[in-house]
Design a protein. Structure first.
Lengths: 301, 296
């Protein structure tokens, strides 16, 4: 291997550090060709009428107009909004609460943490199928409660178009809250013990200390958690495919599924590209305020 | 009452105070909720179908049978194809091993270059890589189809390996870069003075020193790649489908009578690899996901 030293004493700029540059070729290719190039390519072709094969027949915003006029896409967006809103709130609240409970110097912390986090190790497909079975109307939870004597009990989210997204939310929360718990716990462990001592000296109660002192101090952790949750929400795909496959009807469709369907099943590439570009736009909308808070705020502070 | 739950300081004496009972009670109820789906999957997979039809989903099996596991492994059907999940399992193994090795080999050298051998523009590429991690995969799916087709890898296991390597790169590179940055610089400088080059330092100094971070990376990649569904379904042919895809096809197959016990056995079989890794690795798993989440 040509190390940077074995080459001439006064190496030209291009060949200095040559091994490091060669080692970075995969990264450069991934960054430029796949990430930048691929994204630009998809955005460009979203303005074309590509069907089975990508073709550069530009049609302006036609694909987007069709997209926003399609009921299935509108349902997907609505589902994503509902799922996203509740997922963010509940994941943050449950994740923080679990972390706070574990941070009370309890016995068996490892056991509890292991139980809360194991769903995160599972595939979304496994999670979706497990909850599909638990929420089975004839043999699952609904049946158990009815057999206990409450005959009119109804809890059948996966077959009710109005609430099916909440059935998916239950499974999503079960899987995802452990991750946020771990992040919150790391944040809590980073807080100076003196803060707690000071709060105690001042006679501030535990809950109040959390709400008024600890949470504001953990702002960066919350921001990280929010970005993580948000990027996970937009990606949601396999969970829906496994749990409901978008049903009943198209009641639990989500944007990622719309994209895959149009690109790889319905052979309408232009629609798929337009829909995926909309997903990209929504990520940018989330990331810009975050980047501003993370990096823009520091300069002023 | 506030005294009983003194939050910090020296370990307080445990008492059966009201606050403590409430704290542990809450934790146990929540833990039971989180454990429930796994429990339901296990008991369902050990029951016969008649027992499932009349029984309670939470009840332990009256008569334990391992038949559903056997059937899930070797006989379960996707459409007209009835050879069980074993095929998906071996496909996943064939995808997993090269993907894990290739992605970690590339990302570790990459992280090392970024940490110790910075060159003009290296940070720019790294930033693009990290920002790229937030781009929804859907935007890059089709361009990758074209790239793989040009390379003659579309539809083959090696194409999928390449995809896993590409999408694993941001997080792994970050992981290794941060680790190698924390290695004392004197060590690196001493090696340079002794005449060691890029690869010499990597193989003789950095690699032996960073085995823990390699374990973390392996845990991260094995669970991540094993659990993948999206890339498997798009970049491979049905004969090469990974286990997750095959599992979904078996359970959500519309043909035939639903055999919930076989379905749950199949689901557990698919979850087994990441679960074993999770329970065996303990804190390292936590470190892996924390490394991904809490970055500078």
């Amino acid at each position: 291997m040509s190390s940077s030293q074995s080459s001439s004493r006064k190496p030209s700029g291009l060949f200095r550090n040559l091994s490091a540059k060669i080692a970075s070729v995969p990264m450069v290719l991934t960054a430029l060709v796949v990430f930048v190039g691929g994204t630009a390519w998809t955005v460009l072709y979203s303005f074309t009428s590509s069907k089975l094969l990508p073709k550069l027949n530009f049609v302006g915003l036609d694909q987007y107009e069709r997209l926003w006029g399609t009921r299935r896409w509108l349902i997907s967006i609505e589902n994503l909004a509902v799922y996203g809103f509740f997922s963010m709130i509940f994941t943050l609240v449950i994740g923080f609460t679990l972390a706070a409970l574990l941070d009370r110097k309890i016995r068996g912390e490892n056991v509890f943490r292991t139980i809360f986090l194991y769903p995160f190790a599972l595939s979304f497909v496994v999670t979706g199928l497990a909850w599909q079975w638990i929420l089975n109307p004839d043999l699952g939870v609904q049946n158990v409660v009815r057999s206990l004597g409450w005959e009119s009990f109804t809890f059948n989210p996966l077959n009710d178009p109005d609430i099916v997204i909440y059935g998916i939310l239950i499974a999503g929360l079960w899987q995802g809250t452990g991750l946020i718990m771990v992040i919150m716990l790391a944040g809590l462990r980073g807080i100076d013990e003196d803060i707690w001592k000071a709060a105690r000296v001042d006679g501030i109660g535990t809950v109040k200390t959390y709400l008024r002192v600890i949470i504001p101090m953990m702002r960066p952790v919350f921001v990280t958690a929010l970005v993580l949750i948000a990027s996970g929400i937009i990606k949601i795909y396999d969970l829906v495919v496994a749990q409901t496959n978008g049903g009943p009807g198209i009641a639990s469709e989500v944007p990622a599924k719309y994209v895959i369907n149009y690109m790889f099943r319905a052979q309408n590439l232009g629609q798929g590209f337009a829909a995926s570009t909309m997903m990209l736009v929504s990520v940018i909308i989330i990331l810009i305020p975050w980047a501003y808070l993370e990096f823009g705020g520091k300069k002023r502070g | 009452m506030a005294d009983a739950i003194t939050p910090r300081g020296p370990k307080p004496r445990r008492r059966f105070s009201r606050a403590n009972v409430m704290l542990y009670g809450t934790l146990i109820v929540i833990a039971a909720y989180y454990a429930l789906p796994l429990y339901v999957m296990i008991v369902t997979s050990l029951k016969g179908m008649p027992e499932i039809r009349i029984g309670n989903i939470f009840a332990p099996p009256v008569e334990v049978t391992y038949q559903p596991w056997v059937k899930a492994w070797s006989e379960a059907c996707t459409g007209i194809n009835c050879e069980g999940l074993s095929r998906g399992f071996w496909n996943s193994v064939q995808i997993l091993i090269p993907s894990v090795i290739l992605s970690i080999a590339i990302a570790s050298v990459n992280g090392y270059a970024l940490a110790n051998w910075k060159f003009k523009g290296s940070e720019v590429f790294f930033t693009i890589l990290i920002v790229g991690a937030f781009i929804p995969y859907q935007v890059m799916l089709y361009p990758l189809v074209i790239i793989l087709r040009e390379l003659g890898l579309y539809g083959s296991i090696w194409g999928l390996v390449l995809v896993h390597t590409v999408f694993g790169m941001p997080i792994l590179t970050l992981l290794f870069r941060n680790y190698f940055t924390s290695v004392p610089e004197e060590l690196f400088k001493a090696a340079r003075v002794d005449g060691a080059g890029f690869w010499g330092i990597y193989f003789r100094i950095m690699l032996p020193m960073s085995l823990p971070i390699f374990v973390v990376a392996i845990i991260l990649q094995v669970t991540g790649i094993w659990n993948d569904f999206l890339f498997g379904v798009i970049y491979t042919k049905p004969a090469d489908y990974p286990m997750t895809v095959q599992l979904n096809n078996i359970v959500n197959s519309v043909q035939g009578v639903k055999e919930y016990n076989v379905n749950m056995a199949a689901t557990l079989l698919t979850g087994l690899v990441p679960l074993i890794i999770y329970f065996a690795s303990g804190k390292l798993f936590v470190r892996g996901i924390a490394a991904g989440a809490v970055k500078g």
